[in-house]
Design a protein. Structure first.
Length: 302
């Protein structure tokens, strides 16, 4: 696997291999013995803000023996109109890999094609694969296999995190339910591409009943700031609160990719009651990304 651009493009075997390596990196973090990035420098090119993703990649690269440089895309010449394919060809001659957070999925695909170096999607408008791999690892760490489970996504069903969940469902054989207003459901063509057991509904109680996992993300993703008032009104019924949690399985996990907006997609009490799981999710970004970095750096194929 040379790049990690989306869950859509990952095979089931690649996902399983990454999750297995994640467990190993987590268990043996203190030994810090595997250093597949020694002598390497990786570029982090971010066009949107980040706390978790940036820090976990910078720390992860260092723990694997490599160095990283952070480029805010607006400070780089990219922000003044230099083409992605030219930037990619320059960086491809200087660094060993790139971690990119941007808007269009096509931009990251273009970078991967022209740079010739391993490229990792650190969030685009379409997908957030590192997040969802970390979340699946968290679920399996707490509940064994995700296969056969019911995961209910509550909130903006057309978001990048929802889409990565969609593509994971078929590959890992779990049921995904998306509870959202009709306008914020995934597009039919995306559902068709993903396949699998997916239920999209505006009936929140029906989507939550008997679920093993309740998952949410912010209503207003980065880049959608102009839609705040409209989204807050239209998505208002689609939040996780104490009465919603009662409809799920008694031991249901409540998860949030963070950052959280209490009183919007989740209430304060529910967030704090499930903080252990939510911050385990955040920590697991580090371990899963070390596994991803090692995998793409080795360029191993199935
Ligand atoms: N969940 C996540 O990707 O967080 P950041 O935006 O802080 O990186
Ligand atoms: N859907 C959110 C995820 C943040 C980690 C966004 O794109 O802003």
């Amino acid at each position: 696997m040379k790049h990690l651009l989306s869950i859509e493009q990952l095979s089931r075997d690649e996902i399983v291999r990454i999750l297995r390596a994640t467990a190993d990196y987590k268990k043996n973090r203190e030994k810090n013995s595997k250093k597949p990035l020694v002598g390497q420098t990786w570029a982090l090119i971010f066009s949107k803000p980040s706390t978790r993703t940036r820090v976990s990649f910078e720390v992860g690269i260092r723990e694997l023996g490599g160095n990283s440089i952070y480029l805010n895309a607006t400070d780089a010449q990219l922000g003044r109109g230099e083409l992605i394919k030219d930037t990619a060809r320059v960086l491809g001659r200087m660094v060993h890999g790139a971690v990119i957070r941007t808007y269009a999925q096509a931009d990251i695909e273009e970078f991967a094609e022209f740079s010739g170096i391993p490229t990792i999607n650190a969030l685009t408008d379409d997908e957030h694969p590192c997040q969802i791999l970390g979340d699946i690892f968290t679920i399996e760490e707490k509940r064994k296999s995700i296969a056969g489970r019911v995961v209910t996504f509550v909130g903006d069903g057309a978001s990048n995190t929802a889409r990565s969940w969609l593509f994971a469902a078929n590959k890992l054989d779990f049921e995904l339910r998306i509870a959202s207003a009709p306008k914020y459901q995934p597009k039919a063509k995306v559902l068709k591409r993903a396949g699998g057991r997916v239920i999209c509904t505006d009936d929140l109680p029906a989507a939550v009943r008997g679920a093993d996992v309740l998952y949410t993300d912010i209503w207003v993703s980065m880049g959608r700031e102009g839609e705040e008032a409209r989204r807050e009104a239209e998505l208002a019924p689609y939040w996780i609160n104490e009465s919603v949690v009662k409809l799920a399985k008694p031991d249901a996990l409540v998860m949030h990719c963070l950052p959280a907006h209490r009183g919007q997609e989740i209430d304060e009490k529910t967030f704090e009651a499930h903080a252990q799981t939510i911050f385990d999710q955040a920590e697991n970004r580090l371990h899963v990304q070390k596994a991803i970095l090692a995998e793409v750096a080795s360029g191993k194929s199935n």
